[in-house]
Design a protein. Structure first.
Length: 354
């Protein structure tokens, strides 16, 4: 570790996770929607850098750091996007400080997380400097699909109970960061910091699955899709759509299995992607037994860009699952999906892209 004031410290990076968990060894902080900002103070001189060491010119923040009583500081935090885009809001932008790597002549990266937070608490941070605080967390009360204990915390806005990532969704945050208690500041991407981004969620229909590999049992991933209603032309003109109980239009299409017309099916079953996380062993085996009974020789998807062929099995689209995901990709596939649960209350033919 450096003994003199360093020119540069590689900022610690969090690892994205699709798991949702908590426990006594983890603490949670809000994840801000902005850019990383490193602040270096030596005497009255203050330099600001981005994650990749590009100098940042934000006078309001530099002046506030220069006024801090400490002679030497290196701070880590995040700043809103608009603060570096030359907008009128720049003078009021906040610097959300969450870590300290150097404090008055000594390196602090080797200190446990709790001691670094205690040092930050000693700094009289005033606007536009803001201290990122730990989110309140209660004891685990609900089991997650992955087998880890899940907890609920009290919503700061409504007083209702929420897990940290649910609180983030309620408040419109980008997500939360889980930090392992007792961990040091590492100059690399680490699993001691895990970022949980807020998710989109909707139902999808299972149209296939892949075989498990390695030590995994049951299945590897679910292959899911949704129905897209676009009435196709027929020899006698346009087919008349048939109304569904939910009010969504349905159209006559040809059955892949029998070749007959089915007025209650939707025009296209669109492949949306693979889901390989969110399962425990019991659920993997249970789903495999169900899917084995629904197996068919050909894919049920009628729009199937990117459909896997290796170790793939096809099933009648009868099982509906609830899926969380970060976003849709430009190729209309799910980004970072994970299984949230099985929907027994949903008609597969009513599942459309939301």
């Amino acid at each position: 570790m450096p003994k003199s004031f360093p020119d540069w410290i590689v900022p610690m990076a969090a690892t994205l996770t699709q798991e949702r968990f908590t426990g006594p060894e983890w603490s949670f902080e809000r994840k801000f929607d902005g850019i990383r900002l490193l602040a270096y103070k030596k005497g009255k001189q203050v330099e600001l850098f981005s994650r990749n060491r590009l100098p940042q010119n934000i006078p309001s923040i530099a002046k506030a750091i220069a006024k801090l009583p400490s002679r030497e500081l290196i701070l880590d935090g995040e700043i809103d996007w608009h603060a570096v885009m030359g907008t009128q809001a720049s003078p009021r932008a906040a610097y959300h400080v969450f870590d300290i790597m150097w404090f008055d002549g000594r390196e602090t990266m080797s200190l446990p997380l709790e001691e670094r937070r205690a040092l930050l608490d000693q700094l009289p941070l005033k606007a536009p400097l803001q201290r990122v605080t730990e989110l309140p967390v209660s004891e685990p009360i609900v089991s997650s699909p992955s087998g880890r204990g899940r907890v609920r915390v009290r919503s700061l806005a409504t007083g209702s109970n929420f897990a940290p990532w649910e609180l983030a969704r309620e408040q419109g945050w980008e997500g939360v960061i889980a930090k392992r208690r007792g961990s040091v500041y590492e100059q690399r991407r680490s699993r001691n910091w895990l970022k949980m981004k807020c998710e989109l969620a909707q139902e999808f229909v299972v149209g296939g699955f892949t075989d498990p590999q390695g030590k995994r049992v049951g299945l590897g991933a679910l292959l899911v899709g949704y129905y897209e209603s676009e009435p196709p032309a027929s020899a006698g003109g346009q087919s008349a759509p048939v109304s569904s109980p939910s009010g969504r239009g349905r159209v006559r299409v040809r059955s892949l299995a029998t070749g007959s017309s089915d007025e209650s099916a939707q025009s296209d079953f669109v492949f949306a992607g693979k889901i390989g996380t969110g399962f425990n062993t019991e659920l993997l085996l249970q789903l495999r037994n169900q899917l084995n009974r629904l197996e068919i020789p050909k894919p049920p998807f009628t729009k199937a860009l990117g459909l896997p062929r290796l170790r793939a099995h096809w099933v009648r689209p009868e099982i509906v699952v609830q899926v969380g995901f970060i976003q849709w990709t430009k190729h209309n596939k799910l980004r970072h999906p994970r299984l949230l649960g099985i929907r027994d209350d949903k008609d597969p033919r009513d599942v459309v892209r939301e």
